[in-house]
Design a protein around this ligand. Structure first.
Ligand code: GLN
Length: 494
């Protein structure tokens, strides 16, 4: 039998129903994998005692035949999702020791579906970053290595979640995507992930970075597993004023493989100068696969694409500077010990508690919102955001979905791009557009680069039409037959 940690969620659910193994055995196998892979630094806190307790309860439900959608499935919970009774840090020093009194809606939905929490996954501090190197708890290491064994970043910000899933430590994970943080780490780690439509998954109980751009969503190894995860996570939540009161469709059922009559757009603006040739080739190959499956490939234009990255890096820091104002050492988290006055305490607490990248974002945000620059930067960026949404709406009058690469590179070595924030921000060039427009986007592993590292393709859909995204993603997955495994897992199996 396949090792328990190598099963897909879909197969594990079958095995649990058949009583081939128990939820407790499944949890134990994953706890062992988690403990054996600590060098990846994928978790800030491990919660094996919670996992075992939840697994035992799951076994009882299987015994009485009233199991939930994800009963017994071990998952990693990004440490941005509040967990009642378990520390939640957003990978920051300022929240170190913060133990929430409530659980995020998405986390609660997963618990209600029977999922088993292995621990709190590492991330870029406050989800700001593309490499997981901004965590106050040390960077995460990608289970994929270069051929000469060099350590690579897992992507970010959901790097701990993605590394845990790729290394077969967890079957799925929660993640958030503000500018690409589900899709880019999925691409870097050779797994799948979907950022649903804005409003599909509740943001309640998720530490806020940029509230109008933050999207909770899942990571898992297969497209079908993502469908099952999203199904459990999504749904209306009156506690989030931007949550949509819409029924959640059966995502797995949408994966029919039938591309007849479907039109897929290829946006010319995503063919960047200087992008590695192999990424362009993989993109062409992806279009070819969809064509062979019966879809019509249509060249389209999303003319304002080149303004997306600058608009994102104004709007996201602006909202972050406002959201992060609450961390002042008074209500929760870190408080500076050597402050004499209140103002001094605020300043010292924030200087000590926030990492460099977070401070950079707060400063950019405060600047673009300041009286003299508000119109020139913030308002202009909001206007660009509208134009980007218009581009998508126009394109979707002709096509059902859009295909692009997920990221302009494969995973890069730890330390690269560190001294040049703009170069780091360029990583998000293909992903931020969907956040600005609120439309769904998924990354599916589609091939390897010349160095043997995974590359993903991105499928973008219409608002509320995740079903088409899953359908197209399933076809790409089937055609790509991506079954390469990261070295970290292979050496364990050997
Ligand atoms: N890399 C982007 C940033 O640094 C996106 C992060 C995210 O989606 N959370 O802002």
């Amino acid at each position: 039998m396949t090792e328990l940690t190598h099963l897909t969620i879909e197969d594990a659910l079958k095995g649990l129903k058949n009583k081939d193994f128990s939820a407790k055995e499944l949890a134990e196998a994953h706890i062992e994998a988690m403990e054996g892979a600590r060098d990846l630094n994928a978790f800030i806190v491990e919660t094996p005692e919670i996992a075992l307790k939840q697994a035992e309860e799951s076994d009882k439900r299987y015994a009485s035949g009233d199991e939930g959608l994800l009963d017994g499935i071990p998952f990693a919970n990004k440490d941005l999702f509040c967990t009642e009774g378990t520390q939640t840090t957003a990978a920051s020093k300022i929240l170190e020791g913060f133990v929430p009194q409530y659980t995020s809606t998405v986390g609660q939905n997963l618990a209600d579906a029977g999922a088993v929490m292995l621990g709190k996954a590492n991330l870029d501090q406050f989800a700001m970053g593309s490499s997981n190197t901004t965590s106050a708890f040390g960077n995460v290491i990608n289970p994929w290595k270069t051929s000469d064994g060099k350590d690579l970043v897992p992507g970010g910000s959901s790097g701990g979640s993605a590394a845990a899933v790729a290394a077969r430590i967890s079957m799925g994970a929660t993640a958030t995507d503000t500018g690409g943080s589900i899709r880019q780490p999925a691409s870097f780690c050779g797994i799948s992930g979907i950022k649903p439509t804005y409003g599909r998954c509740s943001r309640w109980g998720v530490v806020a970075f940029s509230s109008s751009l933050d999207h909770p969503g899942p990571l898992a190894r297969t497209v079908k597993d993502n469908a099952l995860m999203l199904q459990a996570m999504a749904g209306y939540d009156p506690k989030d004023s931007t949550s949509a009161n819409k029924p959640v469709p059966d995502y797995a059922a949408a994966m029919t493989g039938d591309m007849k009559g479907m039109k897929i757009g290829i946006p010319k603006e995503y063919r960047l100068d200087g992008m590695p040739e192999e990424i362009g080739k993989l993109w062409d190959q992806g279009a070819q696969w969809l064509k062979e499956a019966g879809a019509e490939i249509v060249d389209i234009s999303l003319p304002h694409t080149k303004y997306a990255l600058p608009a994102y890096y104004i709007i996201a820091p602006a909202e972050a500077s406002s959201n992060l104002a609450r961390y002042d050492g008074v209500k929760y988290g870190h408080r500076s010990k050597d402050a004499e006055t209140l103002a001094d305490m605020y300043a010292k607490t924030r200087a000590e508690g926030f990492g460099d990248e977070v401070q950079r974002r707060i400063m950019i945000g405060a600047y673009v919102l300041s009286a003299g620059y508000y119109d020139a930067y913030y308002i202009k960026a909001q206007k660009i955001r509208r134009l980007i949404l218009n581009d998508f709406e126009k394109a979707y009058e002709t096509v059902d979905a859009i295909l692009t690469p997920t990221a302009p590179s494969a995973a890069f070595p730890i330390g690269e791009n560190e001294d040049d924030p703009i170069k780091m921000y360029l990583n998000d060039v293909f992903t931020v557009t969907a956040n600005l427009a609120g439309v769904p986007g998924m990354s599916v592993p589609a091939g390897l680069d010349a160095n043997g590292l995974p590359l993903g393709l991105q499928i973008l859909g219409k608002a509320w039409d995740e079903e088409t995204v899953f359908k197209v993603g399933g076809v790409i997955e089937e055609a790509a037959q991506f079954n390469a495994m990261p070295q970290k897992v292979m050496s364990k199996a050997a």
